[in-house]
Design a protein around this ligand. Structure first.
Ligand SMILES: [Zn+2]
Ligand SMILES: [Zn+2]
Length: 147
């Protein structure tokens, strides 16, 4: 994520909070900034550790609750992956994921071709499709080197 899009997302965050009537507390701001600082779809634990230096007294439960609030208000989204670890994504633009099954690294990709993927009829039949994300499970180059 480059700096421009970070600033843009931060502005958007402030705006979304205003619309949702969520007050922007110092803790909430710190959690959101921690999300933006991380380039790798952080887990609640990673975010907690990243906020600690600034807020030594904040609890994991508080951080977790803030993330849930963000998710409920569409500020961030959960990445559903094969491994049972919750990971958050601050990028709102439609994108897909390359996931390393070994080191759990998640890389964002944008692809017009994937966005145009034919949707199977089972999906569309009785349902209203909201969104979809393609996950490519890989063993990344770094992990391949280690083997
Ligand atoms: Zn890897
Ligand atoms: Zn992503």
């Amino acid at each position: 994520m480059n700096l421009d899009s970070r600033t843009e997302l931060l502005n958007e965050f402030v705006e979304t909070c205003r619309q949702a009537e969520l007050s922007i507390t110092p803790q909430r701001l710190a959690v959101y900034k921690a999300l933006l600082r991380s380039d790798n779809h952080p887990s609640p634990d990673m975010i907690y550790k990243s906020v600690l230096p600034e807020f030594p007294t904040i609890s994991f439960a508080t951080v977790y609750k803030i993330l849930e609030t963000f998710d409920q208000n569409g500020i961030i989204s959960k990445v559903t992956a094969l491994h049972n670890k919750l990971r958050y994504d601050p990028i709102k633009e439609h994108h897909h994921h390359i996931i390393c099954v070994k080191c759990k690294k998640i890389i964002d990709i944008k692809s017009d071709d994937l966005d145009k993927l034919p949707i199977p009829s089972e999906v569309k039949e009785d349902n209203e499709l909201i969104d979809f994300t393609v996950h490519f499970n890989v063993i990344c180059s770094e992990c391949r080197k280690k083997d």
